[in-house]
Design a protein around this ligand. Structure first.
Ligand SMILES: [Cu+2]
Length: 147
């Protein structure tokens, strides 16, 4: 019986799926530490399998991945306005997302899952994305410097 228990515990310890995944919360805010229309925290470092709850703290926001700014093969997401959305990150890499109505105000966020193996691609795309911003033009560039 004791041997079985040890085998069982060993299996749990060795199985990657059994590692307890963490859950993080990102708030969607009209006004945060970094200014107007921000996700907080704006840059998040998590592990594969972790979940992020994008919380509709203030109204008129959503969270949506930006096409071409997530790892290849990763699942995109588009949250509804004024709604919480939970996203589980199963693929390693850097993800950039935005609030759709405030994309011009650079209401964007960055999530690094495990190793940032697509960072150079994302940095290249960020240069194009910057053209959309009418304010906070350096925000995304600065976020990516934290990765
Ligand atoms: Cu917004």
């Amino acid at each position: 019986m004791k041997a079985l228990k040890i085998i069982f515990l060993t299996l749990i310890a060795l199985s990657p799926l059994s590692i307890i995944s963490a859950e993080y919360t990102v708030k969607m805010l009209n006004n945060g530490k970094e200014g107007l229309m921000v996700f907080e925290p704006s840059v998040l470092s998590i592990q594969q399998g972790d979940t992020v709850l994008f919380e509709a703290t203030d109204v008129s926001h959503n969270s949506a991945s930006i096409p071409g700014m997530i790892p290849q093969g990763a699942m995109p997401w588009t949250g509804a306005m004024n709604q919480d959305i939970k996203v589980t990150f199963d693929k390693e890499g850097v993800y950039v997302y935005q609030c759709t109505p405030h994309s011009m105000m650079a209401m964007v966020g960055v999530i690094k899952v495990g190793a940032p193996n697509n960072l150079e691609i994302i940095k290249g795309k960020a240069e194009d994305q910057k053209k959309v911003f009418v304010m906070n033009k350096e925000r995304l560039t600065n976020y990516l410097l934290e990765i």
